[in-house]
Structures are given as structure tokens and as C-alpha cells.
Design a protein around this ligand. Structure first.
Ligand code: FAQ
Length: 328
């Protein structure tokens, strides 16, 4: 046997052993780590989901960042600043997790910059009033937690581990949203109305964060069989509705769905059909703020280029002190 043929044979045996081990890890519900063999499609699915999630965290800073200068007190301002910083941190953990799959961070940034990458539909809606900041915390972070707690058990190690920390921080975010709405809902008539209108605006889009109905979700089945997703989009949406109905009652606010009612037989709340035409329009770039979000992201990225260059030059000096001295 020639050397070429025998090394080809060895590569085939390694791949077969890698594949068998991957199947075993999934069957045992164990973790797949960056150096493990994995099917190309598994890698691609993860990069798609994790990078979209990272982009969502980064774009998601905009509706709330917009209210930092207008928060109604110094305390509220400090809390909101900390929350927006947390979202930036989540983006960074997630880009790091995606990088371990072999996609450079710059490539992911580029995909967002050029509009090739998706981010969550919810961030294409405006935050019109201070109450919207409460509704974002309660409903948007609430939906995020509901969706993301099962992702702490995602089969890919770096993703699951990043999600553990993210979920802890999201729980705090949800509480601050709840507290804003609770304060407004127990304030003047005008404040209560503001809180109700914010919930009216964010309820439907928050439910759409879980993705299209199962019948129209091309990725769910495969992702669930690889233990990336643990529940389908509709299962998680149902879980979320069941969770927020009593919370809305405690707030004294109404969820804007006349079909919402307890179904004794199913042991769940029934709820009305969501506006899926609107959802797909937002995904195609036609939401109220798609254009504004992308323009802002591109502007911030362009204007921050010199900061990144300076930081890279500084880091290079730190790792090559001699060169740094010579260049000084
Ligand atoms: N928006 O086949 P599926 C947050 C796309 S973070 C836009 O069901 P999959 C924290 C989907 O990508 C919020 N696109 O897809 C925060 C796919 O397109 P593709 C983000 C959506 O992956 C709070 C196509 O539709 N969270 O809120 C949406 O199995 C406050 C078909 O869909 C995550 O990303 C959507 N809503 O399930 C930050 C969690 N839904 O890629 C700041 C991780 C679906 O084939 C402030 N991601 N699409 O071109 C996931 O759990 C999943 O990726 C889903 C979608 C559930 C989002």
C-alpha cells in the first residue's frame, strides 16, 4: 500500500471513530467539546444559532440604550446602564462560544454589518415610553429566559456554559422590568395606562421571539435530535404564556388577547393566533425599526474603528515589549 493510500485509510478510520463517538455523546446526553469530531451540519447549525443570538444581544442594546438619558431617576438610570452593559457581555460570551466552532469573530461581525445575519425580530420594535422599558424587561427578558434556560443543557459545551451565566443575569433583568411595571401599574391613572399600552405593544412580538409555529420551523427537528434545542418553538411559547398570565394578574394589567383562557382539559392557557404575516415582514427587514437599528449599528461600528485599532496596537505592544520600546 502506498503512503498516500494508507494515510487516506487512517483518516477514514479516524472520521468513523469520531462519528461513532459523537453519536454516543448525543445518545448519552453528554457534552460535545470544541476538539471533538462533529458533523459539519451540527457545526453550521450551532454557528447559525449562537451567532444570531449574539447579534440579538448587541442590537438589543439599542431600544434600551435609547432610554438611559431619559430614565426617571438616578437609580433607574444606574440600573438600566448596568442592564445594557450586561447585554453587551452576553454578546461577547456568545461570540466567544461561536468562535470555538471555527468561525472568526470578524466574520460574524461582518455578516451582521452587511445585513446577511439575522437577529431577533423583537428588537425591530421601538421603545416609545419609559413603560416600554418595563415591558421589555418583563416580557422580552422573560421570553428570553424561558427560551434560554433549556439551552443551558445544550449539547455543545461552550454554548451551554455561556448560557448558565446569561440566564442568571436575565433573571435579574426580568425582575427589574417587573418592578418598573408594578410601580407604574400602582401609580396614577396615566401611569397605569402607560404600563397597559406598553404591554399591549410588546405582548405579541414577545410571543413571536420563540420563532415560527412548529409546522413552519425548518430547523427545530434536527436541533432537537442533536440536543441543541430541548423543546419546540410552540412548546416554549405555551410555557411562557402559562407563566405570564398569573404574573399579569398580579400586576393588575391585561394581556391583549380576547381568546386567552384556561383550558382545564389541556392544563394550559389557550391563546389566539399571532400575526405571522407581521413576523415574516419583520424578518425580511420591513419592521418599524429594522432600518434604524442597522444604520445605528453600522455608524457605531464605523465610528469605533479607531478605538479597536488603538486597542489592537496596545495589545501588540504588551505581547512584544521590545518592539513597543523601539516604537515609542
Ligand atoms: N427573530 O427553524 P426556526 C434576548 C428565524 S436574546 C428573527 O424555528 P431555530 C436577550 C430562524 O433563525 C433573543 N429570526 O429556527 C435580550 C430561522 O432562520 P435561518 C434572541 C427568527 O433556530 C433581552 C428561521 O427563522 N434569543 O432577547 C426568529 O430552530 C433584552 C426559521 O426558524 C436567541 O437567539 C425571531 N424571533 O429557532 C437582549 C435564543 N425566530 O437561521 C437585549 C437562541 C426564528 O434558518 C435586551 N436561539 N427566526 O435563516 C434560539 O433559541 C432559536 O434560534 C430560535 C429559532 C428559537 C430563535
Amino acid at each position: 500500500m502506498s503512503a498516500d493510500v494508507s494515510s487516506l485509510q487512517e483518516a477514514r478510520e479516524d472520521a468513523a471513530a469520531g462519528e461513532a463517538r459523537f453519536e454516543q455523546l448525543i445518545a448519552e446526553d453528554s457534552r460535545v467539546e470544541p476538539r471533538d469530531w462533529m458533523p459539519e451540519q451540527y457545526r453550521k447549525t450551532l454557528v447559525r444559532q449562537v451567532s444570531q443570538h449574539a447579534h440579538s444581544e448587541i442590537i438589543g442594546m439599542q431600544p434600551e440604550g435609547n432610554w438611559i438619558t431619559r430614565a426617571p431617576s438616578l437609580k433607574r438610570k444606574a440600573i438600566l446602564m448596568a442592564k445594557v452593559q450586561d447585554e453587551a457581555g452576553h454578546g461577547l460570551y456568545l461570540y466567544s462560544a461561536a468562535e470555538t466552532l471555527g468561525t472568526p469573530r470578524d466574520e460574524m461581525y461582518q455578516q451582521l454589518y452587511t445585513g446577511k445575519a439575522k437577529y431577533s425580530s423583537i428588537f425591530n420594535y421601538p421603545a416609545r415610553t419609559w413603560a416600554d422599558i418595563g415591558a421589555i424587561g418583563w416580557l422580552v427578558d422573560g421570553a428570553a429566559i424561558c427560551n434560554q434556560v433549556p439551552l443551558c443543557r445544550a449539547s455543545y459545551g461552550p454554548y451551554g456554559r455561556a448560557m448558565v451565566r446569561i440566564c442568571k443575569e436575565e433573571s435579574f433583568h426580568q425582575r427589574q422590568g417587573w418592578e418598573i411595571l408594578h410601580t407604574l401599574a400602582h401609580g396614577t391613572e396615566a401611569q397605569k395606562q402607560m404600563a397597559q399600552e406598553a404591554v399591549d405593544r410588546f405582548y405579541g412580538p414577545a410571543l413571536q421571539m420563540f420563532g415560527p409555529p412548529d409546522a413552519d420551523s425548518p430547523n427545530s427537528q434536527q436541533s432537537m435530535s442533536w440536543n441543541i434545542k430541548r423543546f419546540s418553538n410552540d412548546e416554549l411559547r405555551q410555557r411562557f404564556v402559562d407563566m405570564i398570565v398569573p404574573q399579569a394578574e398580579a400586576l393588575g394589567l391585561t394581556l391583549p388577547d380576547p381568546e386567552l383562557r384556561w383550558n382545564e382539559e389541556r392544563g394550559h392557557y389557550d391563546f389566539g393566533e399571532l400575526d405571522w404575516d407581521e413576523f415574516f415582514t419583520v424578518l425580511k427587514g420591513g419592521g418599524p425599526c429594522n432600518r434604524q437599528r442597522m444604520d445605528h449599528y453600522r455608524r457605531a461600528r464605523d465610528e469605533g474603528a479607531w478605538v479597536r485599532e488603538a486597542a489592537a496596537a496596545y495589545a501588540q505592544r504588551q505581547t512584544a515589549p521590545q518592539a513597543g520600546l523601539l516604537g515609542a
